[in-house]
Design a protein around this ligand. Sequence first.
Ligand code: 5GP
Length: 199
Amino acid sequence: MDKSAKQGNIIIVSAPSGAGKTSICSQIIKSDKNTLYCISYTTRSPRKGEKDGREYFFTDEIKFKKMIKNSEFAEWAKVHSNYYGTPKSFLDKTLKTGKNALLDIDVQGGVKIKKQYPQACMIFVMTPDLKTLEKRLTLRNKDSKETIKMRMDNAKKELAYLNKYDYLIINDDLENSVENVKTVIKSLYYKVRKDKKYF
Ligand code: 5GP
């Protein structure tokens, strides 16, 4: 048997809003059958085009808090005034089957997952600089000036977490960035696991 044989891993992808994280994650999921997207629970309302059980499991605050009480989340956080949580059962089930679980979560969540799953791989996605981020947020025409300012302030706070991450992907070209994330994921299969007996 190949001693470096494939094992599932947790891949955390975090980024300031507008850096292109969601596009990267959805391309990875489409092209890599061994990597499954971890669908979070959230108390925020679905946006246009979002479907329950696809982007998120949409729920209310009472149910969400019950899930916290029942320890159903591997981590949860309040992001932009809504609750978000990663279902523990999905993570554990995915890892057991030898697949990767891809988590599109914020920096607070990323740090909490890493504490519980030290083998988790943390990827931070960013635009080449803050100016480009602001330009992208403005060009996508989705947010008001105040919201863009809030997102930019948040981006600066999120960047303070960068040194807790393992990899930085500068997303100036989507295709390139997807390839770079795929390379990182591939390398994980060959990583020596401290919790595994090989020989
Ligand atoms: P959005 O509402 O725009 O989909 O997501 C807002 C932020 O919440 C994004 O940074 C996203 O990565 C983060 N997020 C989504 N799901 C989770 C989760 O389960 N846990 C945490 N901590 N953050 C999440």
